[in-house]
Design a protein around this ligand. Structure first.
Ligand code: ADP
Length: 325
């Protein structure tokens, strides 16, 4: 049996189980159906969106719906051309080849991928030393699915080689509630609507966070002998996990507090703030900041990061001066 602590246990396998994102699903359904009718590989598919929103899940679903095999890798794992060559030669006709973090491909690998995507061929080096020569070998017609959290960092020549582009946006409160209800059913635990609503509200628009919170709240319910996840047990669990009603965790609040208390609300540069809170600039920018910006707690300006009035209110810190113009 599959381990229910694994991400995979709750991962939807078919489009009908994938909650929310209705417009995107409706389009994908058409592209999948058309490819099936033509008995052709689906066009290359580019999926962007923040972490935990379902990019890998969606790629797996497309493979199941098409009835083709799914080969999964990530750009940092492709160090040498032979790493990519090995995977390309393992593909079958129509296979779905998923590359996560596609913005991190090395230039030599990216060049190789252009030929594979466009001509379904690859250059192989045969022989050694002065006798070495390159031969073109055909590849089966496959579908490349490239996923990224940073679409702006993908080179234009790579981007234009994808025929279908989709962007997954954060989920609404109701969509997250549906995801929580479905996951609770799979985990075999009952949850009150009020509790599901609170968890949805604290999930940062992200299914992966929603599932994680649900599993932790389930632990509290079980230890407290509650047959159903109700509002009081959810509130208790979230407060013990230090997740507040906006879904901020300890480190998010540390970032805001540092910005306010050490740098007087800013502006402060990304690097300086990152060092002060013990994070790399990359993780601050990619992981923590997007949600803080989206919630209107931080502003990114050319001079640096600024705490908003809302950030002061959220942390219950009085703002010393009226904001400057
Ligand atoms: P990403 O690849 O974007 O980082 P994943 O595809 O790994 O995200 O999704 C994280 C988890 O969230 C999955 O294991 C899955 O259980 C859940 N999930 C994501 N999107 C959905 C969705 N639309 N409906 C239900 N569950 C979802």
């Amino acid at each position: 049996m599959e381990d229910i602590n694994q991400d995979n246990f709750l991962r939807p396998r078919f489009l009908a189980e994938f909650q929310g994102q209705e417009a995107l699903k409706a389009n994908l359904e058409v592209f999948i159906e058309a490819a099936k009718r033509r008995k052709e590989a689906l066009d290359h598919l580019f999926i962007s969106g923040p972490p935990g929103l379902g990019k890998t899940t969606l790629a797996g679903i497309v493979a199941s719906e098409l009835g083709v095999n799914f080969v999964l890798t990530s750009a940092p794992a492709l160090e040498k051309p032979k790493d990519l060559a090995g995977l390309l030669t393992s593909l079958q006709e129509g296979s779905l080849f998923f590359i996560d973090e596609i913005h991190r491909l090395r230039p030599a690998i990216e060049e190789m991928l252009y030929i594979a995507m466009e001509d379904f061929e690859m250059d192989l080096i045969v022989g050694q030393g002065v006798g070495a020569r390159s031969v073109r070998v055909p590849l089966p017609r496959f579908t490349l699915v490239g996923a990224t959290t940073k679409p702006g960092s993908v080179s234009a020549p790579l981007h234009t080689r994808f025929g279908i582009t989709i962007r997954i946006n954060p989920y609404t409160q109701l969509e997250l509630q549906d995801i929580i209800d479905r996951s609770a059913r799979l985990l075999n635990i009952a949850i009150d609507p009020a509790a599901a609503s609170l968890l949805a509200q604290s999930s940062r628009g992200t299914p992966r966070v929603a599932n994680r919170l649900l599993k932790r709240v389930r632990d509290f319910a079980q230890v407290h002998h509650e047959a159903t996840i109700n509002l009081p047990i959810s509130e208790l669990a979230l407060s013990r996990l230090q997740v507040d009603h906006l879904g901020l965790e300890d480190q998010d609040r540390t970032i805001l507090r540092t910005l306010i208390e050490v740098y007087k609300g800013g502006p402060v540069g990304l690097q300086t703030l990152a060092i002060a809170v013990g994070e790399s600039a990359e993780s601050l920018e990619d992981f923590y900041e997007p949600y803080l910006v989206q919630q209107g707690l931080i502003m990114r300006t050319r001079q640096g990061r600024l705490a908003t009035d809302l950030a002061y209110q959220h942390l219950n810190i009085p703002r010393p001066n009226a904001p400057r113009d």
